[in-house]
Design a protein around this ligand. Structure first.
Ligand code: ADP
Ligand code: MG
Length: 422
């Protein structure tokens, strides 16, 4: 098959790999006792050693955060949420684990964690205070011993050097049956050893970091769709699976909303030239998508896919006083970065009298506030206007690395929008 051919190609080019795979199973794949049986079958088929990264059961992280929010706002309904959540895990344990002893042991461990969680939430409910530290603790299943983070601008960013070292040490020996199962998403800080996490969708990232550290032959992302598709199948029902994508195309599509892969996932494996395979847990015979190093060509497919982000806000900093002044953009981006706000699109008018940036809606209010503060002096003098925010926008990206030498694509794109009155 394709992947085997690819790995042979690599070894012919003198790149050596550990004969092992990293597989990640998403929330729906581990969401029920029935789907867990499918996961088990997939792992059992493997002959090479495999490190399996699992997400929380489908929807659990949202529920945990909601329960924390209820508790914080003195809403006793948090208890019902918590009970449902505990019941769901008990059900999975009882339906999945067959050996009596293993069941007892797992139940005991799980009940301990449930109790800990109950105590934390009761504390939040009584005190009415939820620190970041407590919030991070609520969404853990297990402590992260080998994914280490640094704090940068209010975000926890994996420290790849430290994590690589610990991952290599942890998995240097994998006793038979050569399967290790680890939770995704969770990490701990280098400085205080506090529990942290590497962002929503972060299980993909955990798996990529491990694959890179271990020089694995491939990273397989098992999910609930047949592969990386030309568009989000939940929005465009005629979307179809893309056979192959380059790392760059995959990162562009995911950065602009293709949720099938968490964007930071691609870099660690790209860096080591480890292919990513997207596969469907519920339909293993489907071909899936292979993401690998592909050079742009003049006769390849021009457009690979379309993605979109619907919760976009556009922020505009504008003023005739900006023209010819050095350092305005530096101040804009520094102020935003200092507050942990990520910018995913930028455009500047040719006269330099306005800069527009696209941010997530959830970041827009804060962005407006910090920019108004940064330019308070200029706004007071009238050389820059009050910062303008436009809400309810969407960002659409058409992606394909071969389009860079092909004329007429932008024209076609805007033409299609124009004909449809957009
Ligand atoms: P998991 O829990 O396995 O990580 P996610 O829900 O994070 O799964 O990602 C899979 C979902 O991503 C799919 O169910 C699909 O709705 C959505 N998606 C968005 N864009 C794309 C795309 N271009 N191709 C495939 N899936 C997409
Ligand atoms: Mg995901």
């Amino acid at each position: 098959n394709k992947t085997t051919v690819f790995c042979t190609e690599l070894s012919q080019n003198g790149i050596s790999r550990n004969q092992m795979k990293v597989m990640k199973f998403g929330g729906t794949s581990v969401g029920s006792p029935e789907s867990l049986q499918l996961v088990k079958k997939i792992i059992e088929k493997e002959t090479d050693p495999v490190i399996v990264v699992v997400s929380a059961l489908d929807g659990i992280t949202d529920r945990l955060l909601l329960a924390a929010d209820f508790a914080l706002n003195n809403n006793p309904a948090y208890k019902t949420l918590l009970e449902e959540l505990i019941e769901r895990h008990r059900n999975v344990i009882s339906k999945t684990i067959t050996s009596y002893e293993a069941k007892e042991e797992t139940t005991q461990k799980a009940e301990q964690l449930f109790e800990e969680l109950q105590n934390i939430l009761r504390g939040v409910f009584l005190i009415g205070d939820l620190s970041q530290k407590t919030s991070d603790k609520i969404v853990i299943y297990d402590s992260a011993k080998f994914i280490k983070t640094n704090k940068q601008f209010n975000n926890h960013i994996p420290d790849l050097n430290k994590s690589n070292e610990l991952i290599k040490k942890t998995f240097s020996e994998m006793p038979p049956p050569n399967v290790a199962i680890v939770p995704g998403f969770i990490s701990s800080s280098i400085e205080e050893n506090d529990i942290t996490n590497i962002g929503r969708g972060g299980s993909d990232y955990t798996a990529a970091i491990i694959a890179a550290a271990m020089d694995a032959t491939m990273l397989v992302i098992w999910t609930d769709v047949d592969g990386f598709m030309t568009a989000d199948p939940k929005i465009i029902n005629s979307a179809y699976v893309i056979d192959e994508l380059s790392f760059t195309e995959a990162i562009e599509l995911s950065n602009f909303g293709a949720k099938v892969i968490y964007p930071p996932t691609i870099f660690p494996v790209y860096h080591k030239n480890i292919p990513i395979y997207i596969k469907n847990t519920f339909s293993t015979e489907s071909k899936g998508t292979l993401i690998k190093n592909i050079k742009p060509t003049r006769n390849g497919k021009i457009i690979k896919g379309i993605s979109s982000i619907s919760d976009t806000a556009l922020i505009t900093i504008q003023g005739l006083g900006m023209v010819g002044v050095t350092g305005v953009n530096k101040r804009i981006f520094t102020a935003l970065a200092d507050n942990g706000i990520s910018v995913f699109i930028v455009s500047q008018a040719s006269s330099e009298n306005s800069t527009s940036i696209g941010v997530r809606t959830q970041d827009a209010k804060l962005a407006q506030k910090v920019l108004n503060k940064e330019f308070a002096h200029e706004i007071g003098m009238g050389s820059i206007n009050e910062v303008l925010v436009e809400y309810d926008l969407a960002t659409i990206a058409i992606v394909g690395q071969n389009m860079s030498h092909v004329p007429g694509i932008a024209g076609k794109f805007f033409g299609a929008l124009g004909r449809n009155g957009i």
